[in-house]
Design a protein around this ligand. Structure first.
Ligand code: OOG
Ligand code: NI
Length: 400
């Protein structure tokens, strides 16, 4: 009898196997991990910080999202929050959730999370009825995950783990599902979708999904930004999220660089194949601060609406953990200002900024027609999983 592997260990195995895959596929990611580790090392980071990653994937339909939910449940990762990026200042035709551990001890063990987006095909602002129908037909004909993998995931989720050999097999098969495919891409179809939205082409122009970035956690993101720039890596213009204020770090700060063009095979109308390149995958780095209460979040949104949030920041947020805790703006374990509850989620405006900075063009949308009514409860119903409310999870963590 081999020993049991719990879901938390499976998650750690999955995160590090994905990291190896991405490092092999995207060499600049290796540089990012190296520089992050260098900065963290100088700041006495804990092991959790240096091993921490988030990733992102994109799928086309509720059926595909349901498969993702079943797969990630086997790693103890559950959907938290609902993000509608169609409403962002630079709209992206997707709705999203984040799959992540939800209990404090699970987060402590390994906080791996995956931001997961689904194409909003019934939104007429982006897709005509005709294009919607053709996309949905294309999606219905593909299988992102082997049914045997999904069945195994359900079994592992029910049992709370598996044996050693089962774990290795399962992790390898799951990682495989997120590798970049070598399958030739139908050029005319990909180009047609690209004219509507580069994200639509990335999702529905190909027959598989792929991990499109993996993000290490760095303690000093300003320093990292500087060092990457010094190494000659072109980063996006700005760090997304809160500016650095006089007080404690809050929520999430992130920045990214565009990956280089990657070689891909294309199939042309005459049936011949040729080589080309696509620039869809990228590198991102993040630093995390304390989770804000709904009141704190309201202040955050107001501060961020200012022309230059950095100049007004200190009018909205106090300079110490003590004041943050007593003013009820952020979560602290047992109300103790030395024990901040880390923000484990994402920020819709920043996410849209990350999407946008890695695309050649914005989505083309027709604002004279209405958007489809995608909601959190619609998504939960379609995937058959409860979608957790992040604030409830932070309340619980703070009361422990
Ligand atoms: C997801 C972009 C959002 C983040 O960290 O906010 C994201 C994507 O490009 O699919 O990963
Ligand atoms: Ni990201």
């Amino acid at each position: 009898m081999s020993s049991r592997v719990q879901t938390s260990q499976l998650r750690a195995q999955f995160a590090s196997a994905l990291s190896r895959l991405y490092a092999a596929e995207v060499p600049l990611y290796r540089t990012l991990v190296e520089v992050s580790a260098e900065v963290n090392g100088e700041l006495d980071a804990t092991e959790r910080v240096t091993a921490e990653r988030h990733g992102a994937i994109r799928v086309g339909s509720p059926r595909e999202l349901a498969d993702v939910a079943d797969l990630f449940a086997a790693f103890g990762m559950f959907p938290v929050g609902f993000y509608d990026l169609r409403d962002a200042p630079s709209p992206v035709p997707v709705i999203s959730t984040a799959f992540r551990p939800i209990d404090s001890d699970e987060l402590e063990h390994n906080p791996f999370r995956v931001f997961t987006s689904m194409l909003a095909t019934s939104d007429r602002r982006f897709f005509s009825a005709d294009l919607q129908a053709r996309i949905e037909r294309f999606l219905a004909g593909r299988q992102l995950f082997d049914p045997a993998l999904t069945a195994e995931a359900r079994r592992i989720a029910d049992d709370g783990g598996t044996d050693n050999e089962g774990a290795d097999r399962f992790v390898a098969a799951a990682v495989d599902a997120f590798a970049l495919s070598r399958e030739p891409i139908d050029r005319a179809w990909y180009d047609e979708l690209s004219r509507v939205s580069a994200v639509a082409a990335d999702i529905a122009g190909v027959t598989t999904t792929h991990i499109n970035h993996l993000t290490p956690h760095v303690l000093d993101i300003d320093e990292l930004y500087l060092r990457m720039t010094q190494r000659g890596v072109a980063m996006i213009d700005a760090i997304q999220g809160p500016p650095r204020g006089a007080g404690p770090d809050v929520l999430l700060r992130q920045t990214s660089f565009r990956a280089l063009a990657e070689p891909r095979r294309f199939r042309d109308d005459d049936g011949s194949t040729s080589d080309g390149t696509l620039r869809v995958r990228f590198g991102e780095v993040e630093s995390r601060g304390v989770a804000l209460t709904p009141e704190g979040r309201k202040r955050y949104d107001t501060a961020m609406a200012a022309a230059d949030p950095a100049t007004v920041w200190d009018e909205f947020f106090p300079a110490s953990y003590e004041e943050m805790a007593t003013s009820g703006l952020a979560y602290y374990r047992g109300g103790d200002p030395s024990k901040p509850v880390v923000y484990e989620d994402f920020l819709p405006a920043s996410a849209a900024g990350i999407f946008r900075s890695n695309l050649d063009s914005d989505a083309r949308s027709d604002d004279t027609v209405g958007g489809a009514d995608y909601t959190l409860s619609w998504m939960a119903g379609r995937i058959g999983h409860h979608i957790h409310d992040p604030y409830e999870l932070y309340e619980k963590a703070a009361s422990q």
